[in-house]
Design a protein around this ligand. Structure first.
Ligand SMILES: NC(=O)c1ccc[n+]([C@@H]2O[C@H](COP(=O)([O-])OP(=O)(O)OC[C@H]3O[C@@H](n4cnc5c(N)ncnc54)[C@H](OP(=O)(O)O)[C@@H]3O)[C@@H](O)[C@H]2O)c1
Length: 322
């Protein structure tokens, strides 16, 4: 086994763990025995973990947790970035020191994660992090980037499109807006009035969500809206229908409406994340970080995320403190 000597304290690792399901109050940072990479596995020293609504949704109650195959004691968080620090026998494709990012379902907010080198969504996935992408940014890419990519695949946008994106400033929105712009589409993005400048900075024409949205979109003089993506619930789906967008050019990731295609990050193209990481490295796509918290402040970080008004992503810092 190859190993790197960057342990925190001998044999001790930290992980956010839950002894019961519930809100942020059940999250606790605990010392655990340092996990070891077995045959065919790699161990990653995590330096940053990105939060997503699914993290606290999955662990909010026992019934929901069971649907995702989670049981107690349970870890927390799924998106991570860091560097490989152990490579088990027979594990191919990684060497100690390789920078990686990816997913480890509900166990990413920890000093170490162990994954199968030929992993999948259930066992965890590691992608190589390109030069030019820092770990905090890399930790935001997997869930939100693959979900935005899967949704845009459904809509197949081009330069003749004007797309209405509901919830455009959130974790998935920042990717969806910029990828739609890269595809050449005109983007109208919904947010609260105070998010208007921020949405503009991403490349979207801002419009306030809520009652009267269809009229406000018409007032933009945007011409026909040809496609729509709902990243928040179902309001944008209904407004898109009101604006004459056909169902097969509407997509939702956060609700269900009969006749409207739903997208899931798990269905993103196999090379989608590498493509997004390359865009970030090239400076063509940026990920705004709404806040970064040390892992000790995990509850505060989750409270901010769960309030659902985050602009961009919330990241947890797991680097050893001096
Ligand atoms: N299907 C999948 O594979 C998949 C994957 C990832 C996420 N999701 C789901 O997709 C949703 C979005 O995820 P996310 O990470 O982008 O969430 P998020 O980061 O929490 O989204 C926050 C954004 O939502 C906006 N928002 C708040 N209230 C709104 C409203 N009434 N109408 C429109 N926008 C509103 C906020 O804008 P203001 O701050 O301007 O108010 C903020 O920019 C979540 O429900 C998540 O569970 C699904």
């Amino acid at each position: 086994m190859q190993q790197h000597g960057n342990t925190l304290r001998d044999g001790v690792s930290r992980a956010v763990l839950l002894d019961s399901f519930g809100g942020p109050e059940v999250l606790a940072l605990k010392d655990v025995p340092e996990p070891q990479a077995g045959d065919g596995q790699i161990r990653i020293r995590v330096s940053a973990a990105g939060l997503n609504p699914m993290d606290w949704f999955m662990t909010s109650d026992a019934e929901t947790a069971a649907r995702f195959g989670l049981s107690l004691p349970c870890g927390f968080g799924t998106d991570y970035a860091g560097a490989v620090d152990q490579v088990g026998g027979g594990a191919r494709g990684y060497a100690v020191g390789d920078r990686v990012f990816g997913t480890a379902l509900s166990r990413a907010v920890a000093d170490h994660v162990v994954l199968d080198a030929d992993g999948n969504i259930a066992s965890g996935i590691a992608h190589h992090t390109p030069d030019g992408v820092d770990d905090r940014t890399a930790a935001t890419l997997a869930i939100a980037g693959s979900t935005a990519s899967a949704a845009l695949d459904v809509l197949d946008l081009g330069p003749d499109d004007t797309v209405l994106i509901g919830g455009a400033g959130g974790g998935v929105g920042v990717f969806a807006v910029q990828l739609a712009r890269i595809a050449g589409a005109r983007v109208i993005g919904t947010g609260s009035p105070s998010s208007a400048e921020y949405l503009r900075s991403l490349g979207a024409e801002p419009v306030a969500y809520g009652e009267g949205l269809a009229d406000r979109v018409r007032d933009l003089g945007a011409g026909a809206v040809t496609a729509a993506l709902d990243l928040h619930g179902t309001d944008t789906v209904h407004v898109a229908r009101e604006l004459g967008v056909p169902d097969d050019r509407i997509c939702t990731i956060a609700g269900q409406v009969d006749g409207v295609p739903a997208a899931n990050g798990a269905n993103a193209a196999p090379d989608a994340l590498e493509g997004i990481a390359r865009l970030v490295a090239a400076g063509r796509l940026r990920v705004p970080l709404a806040a970064t918290y040390p892992v000790e402040d995990i509850r505060t970080a989750v409270e901010l995320q769960a309030a659902r008004h985050v602009r961009g992503k919330v990241v947890i810092d797991l680097r050893p403190q001096p």
